[in-house]
Design a protein around this ligand. Structure first.
Ligand SMILES: [Ca+2]
Ligand SMILES: [Ca+2]
Ligand SMILES: [Ca+2]
Ligand SMILES: [Ca+2]
Length: 299
């Protein structure tokens, strides 16, 4: 990690609104009701999202011929009156399907819809990385529920799923260190994503976001950092053993600490970092050659 990025990391602040674990629904008298069934709720919300996409447009004209450092603010409006000849969001979105387990552990594929307004030039983040982003969060009724014009660091393992799944479609920008020591970003990836509430807060009321709210984010991906949350030598992205993009459900030694926070993943008393690559050949060791690396093999 370069010195500049370390400085940036110093500004890492845990923002309340975007983090999936944040909730103030305890005060709510409806919070004792069981959540709606995932399948029917998804169909209802997806219908309302498609309806929204067909009847709204964004200020796409402002996003043409951008200068390298431009950060254009997203504006969404309905296609009526003077704007009746605008191109609907529906004509411009691409969809990505995400498998979500319902209350019976059956898969309900959830669409998120997105538009890339600038692809970016560098690496794509993974669902495990820290991302340095500016963003704006909007509800379908155009209420802005959160906005960060100056970029902040967010941990992708902690943000809402729709946000986490979208940023890997963007590429980061180039950082320029100015003569006065400040820095700026150019040609960073930018886009708009719209997703149903199961990829957001679902049945919870969070700040000004009502329960079962589809969310819209405009995201500018300035840069990123790889993460190794437990500093055990295994990147966090590689601690998601079942590759479902959820990091809390991989716990090899069943001690209640998921692998990405467990410094001894197989619970054999030897730290992962001390059995990862003892011969230092750059390959993860598998002494008994059973296909399970030593750090996950308690045998
Ligand atoms: Ca997992
Ligand atoms: Ca564990
Ligand atoms: Ca670990
Ligand atoms: Ca171990």
């Amino acid at each position: 990690m370069s010195k500049h990025y370390s400085n940036l990391l110093a500004f890492f602040i845990l923002f309340f609104i975007i983090y999936a674990c944040s909730s103030d629904s305890s005060e709510d008298d409806l919070s004792s009701l069981p959540p709606n069934e995932v399948g029917p709720q998804y169909i209802k919300e997806n219908d309302s999202i498609i309806d929204f996409l067909k009847n709204h447009f964004y200020n796409y004209e402002d996003f043409q011929n951008l200068s390298p450092s431009a950060q254009i603010e997203l504006k969404i409006d309905s296609i009526t009156g003077d704007n009746s000849n605008k191109i609907a969001l529906f004509e411009q979105v691409t969809s990505k399907s995400i498998d979500i387990l319902d209350e019976n552990d059956e898969i309900v594929s959830h669409n998120l819809y997105y538009i890339i307004t600038r692809p970016g030039v560098g690496e794509n983040p993974t669902v495990a990385d820290s991302v340095f982003v500016s963003y704006k969060g909007i509800l379908l009724d155009n209420t802005i529920f959160d906005e960060r014009q100056n970029p902040v660091w967010l941990d992708q393992t902690s943000v809402v799923r729709g946000f986490q799944e979208f940023t890997p479609i963007l590429k980061k920008g180039n950082v320029t260190i100015n003569n006065n020591g400040t820095y700026s970003f150019e040609n960073f990836g930018s886009g708009i994503v719209i997703f149903p509430s199961k990829l957001g807060y679902y049945e919870r009321t969070v700040s000004s976001i009502p329960r079962y709210s589809p969310l819209i984010f405009q995201i500018n991906l300035k840069t990123l950092n790889k993460t190794d949350h437990d500093s055990d030598g295994v990147d966090t992205i590689d601690e998601d053993l079942n590759k479902d993009n959820i990091f809390g459900n991989d716990d090899t030694d069943s001690d209640g600490i998921p692998n990405y926070y467990d410094t001894d993943d197989d619970g054999d008393g030897i730290l992962t970092k001390d059995e990862l690559d003892i011969d230092n050949d750059g390959n993860v060791d598998d002494t008994d050659q059973d296909g399970i690396p030593d750090y996950l093999d308690s045998e």
